[in-house]
Design a protein around this ligand. Structure first.
Ligand SMILES: [Zn+2]
Length: 226
């Protein structure tokens, strides 16, 4: 099997014929590509913190029931840069985290300047059982190390890979995933930039990320989802 370029979190479908495997956030999607011929994606559903006021956990329950082959809950999270009440954000995030725990699904997290609150929330869950992904990570090495120590999985923001080479270089010794999120960045280019900065071959990086991705989502291309 050809090892694909993994796109850990995106809002776009992979183009036809591309050697890409994605986890697509379909939370605000109106059309649901439940399956394509190439079967080259998983999808997640959740309530983004920016939609805290407009949505409730009940809406998510309905959505999940309708599209039951979802692979993860998210993106959800806490964002101090938006004018949304922090207590409400936290409550909605925790509801989604408990739901993920109950359904044994991983969580895709959007966290902006709210690490203290995220850690506080994380304490309510057993460390070993948590499969929590910090998507669009662009923090310092110290923060990355601390998150990894607390059993978080990191996916680097495309903006970090493109514009913050010094930060990416420092990630060299640690596992990290890559993503396009809502940008139009070319995934292969992000891989080649990260591979150069971290002195790892392109194939090596692809293999490492495919393994990390499958492990995180408990996904096997041969067997389908477990
Ligand atoms: Zn996103």
């Amino acid at each position: 099997m050809m090892v694909p370029f993994v796109d850990t979190h995106t809002h776009h479908l992979p183009e036809k014929g591309e050697n890409i495997f994605s986890c697509i956030d379909l939370s605000s999607s109106v059309f649901f590509p439940m399956e394509n011929e190439e079967k080259n994606f998983l999808f997640s559903l959740g309530i983004h913190p920016a939609r805290t006021e407009q949505s409730s956990i009940k809406d998510l329950h309905i959505l999940l029931e309708k599209h039951s082959s979802f692979a993860a809950i998210g993106e959800c999270g806490i964002d101090k840069s938006i004018p949304v009440d922090m207590e409400k954000q936290k409550e909605l995030f925790l509801q989604q985290a408990f739901l993920a725990e109950e359904l044994q699904k991983p969580l895709i997290i959007h966290c902006v300047r709210a690490w203290d609150i995220l850690y506080e929330c994380a304490k309510k869950f057993p460390v070993k059982g948590r499969r929590w992904l910090i998507h669009s990570f662009r923090g310092s090495l110290t923060l990355a190390e601390d998150l990894l120590r607390h059993n978080f999985t990191l996916s680097l923001a495309p903006q970090m890979v493109k514009n913050m080479p010094e930060r990416v270089k420092k990630m060299r010794q640690y596992p990290f995933l890559l993503e396009t999120d809502d940008t139009k960045e070319e995934l292969a280019l992000l891989y080649s930039t990260a591979s150069t900065l971290c002195h790892i071959s392109m194939e090596g990086l692809k293999e490492r990320n495919w393994e990390l991705f499958c492990d995180f989502f408990r996904f096997s291309r041969e067997k389908g989802r477990e």
